[in-house]
Design a protein around this ligand. Structure first.
Ligand SMILES: *[C@@H]1O[C@H](CO)[C@@H](O)[C@H](O)[C@H]1NC(C)=O
Length: 295
């Protein structure tokens, strides 16, 4: 219980938007129940592994540049590194473009991650639907996303703001209500998986279940990440003392595009919004050289 309240004050998203045209409104009266707050069991359908040998899972996209003409696509293959390529294009099943990404893996205590793929698609057109395909032929998977309109003070856009999501039955209800809202992208204000409720190998395992759980939204629209206190995962009893390790391995941000030196601190523009992501639980590298006017 306490962790939810702590979580609420952890992450900062500065959200500067031209809301003075009077279109801002509350879009739902849904209020998530707080109790009971039971994690969904590992064998639940909400965490189902996609069919096919070594099939891509935990697919998620985020903005990949400063102004909304790029996305970073991330996915995990469980058994071995998969194809590094993303095939994509503007018509369904007709992928005339290809981008190539990278793959990495890491350990957390004795847990070994799957193969975490990351690929940047850039030079995209504004306000366009793109289809994309991941993985090797027999177990490939297909998704789509929509790029935002060109940056303009009046560009209409619907953001969802989600934080403290976790992986309880209440989290599932929140995610389903969010998806019904018809919003275009998420500003995630920290505290993703609540894997820090667990110990030893279960920490990594619960990052994987969370990635599969949110894929129904994160594969189709960008979620912009900021880190909360539950991402710190400082666990000296298992020799894990580097803060944010699981988060940083799995959730890339476009920090270089805003000339930041730290993936937890960055800025982007999207449609009519100027978004500045700050991390209240970590120092920003070199404040002496930091020129905030760049953001
Ligand atoms: C990464 O994957 C390779 C190949 O499967 C494996 O040998 C290595 O132990 C893994 N690295 C970590 C840090 O788990």
């Amino acid at each position: 219980m306490k962790q939810f309240w702590v979580g609420l004050v952890t992450a900062f998203f500065l959200f500067l938007s031209g809301l003075n045209n009077g279109n801002a409104k509350m879009t739902s009266t849904f209020v998530r129940s707080e109790w009971p707050s039971t994690d969904i069991p590992l064998d639940n359908q909400a965490f189902a592994v996609p069919k096919g040998r070594n099939a891509p899972q935990q697919v998620h996209i985020t903005q990949g540049d400063y102004e909304g003409k790029a996305v970073i696509i991330s996915w995990v293959t469980p058994d071995e590194p998969g194809s590094l390529k993303v095939q994509y294009g503007k018509s369904e099943k007709k992928y005339d473009l290809t981008a190539e990404g990278t793959v990495s893996n890491y350990s957390f205590y004795k847990y070994k991650s799957g193969y975490i793929h990351e690929c940047l698609l850039d030079g995209l057109e504004y306000a366009t639907k793109y289809y994309y395909k991941l993985g090797d032929d027999e177990s490939s998977r297909e998704f789509w996303f929509q790029t935002p309109p060109e940056i303009h003070p009046d560009a209409p856009y619907k953001f969802g703001i989600i934080g403290d999501l976790g992986q309880t039955y209440n989290s599932l209800s929140t995610l389903q209500h969010y998806m019904q809202s018809g919003a275009d992208a998420v500003l995630f204000v920290g505290d993703l998986s609540y894997s820090d409720r667990y110990q030893y190998n279960d920490v990594g395992i619960r990052w994987d279940t969370w990635g599969r759980f949110v894929e129904q939204s994160t594969a189709y629209q960008p979620w912009m990440w900021s880190a909360g206190n539950h991402e710190i995962e400082f666990m000296p009893y298992m020799d894990e003392v580097v803060p944010f390790r699981n988060f940083l391995h799995r959730y890339p941000t476009p920090y270089l595009a805003s000339k930041s030196t730290n993936p937890l601190w960055y800025a982007i523009k999207r449609a009519s919004a100027h978004i500045i992501v700050l991390s209240s639980y970590s120092p920003f590298g070199n404040l002496l050289n930091f020129d905030s006017s760049l953001w």
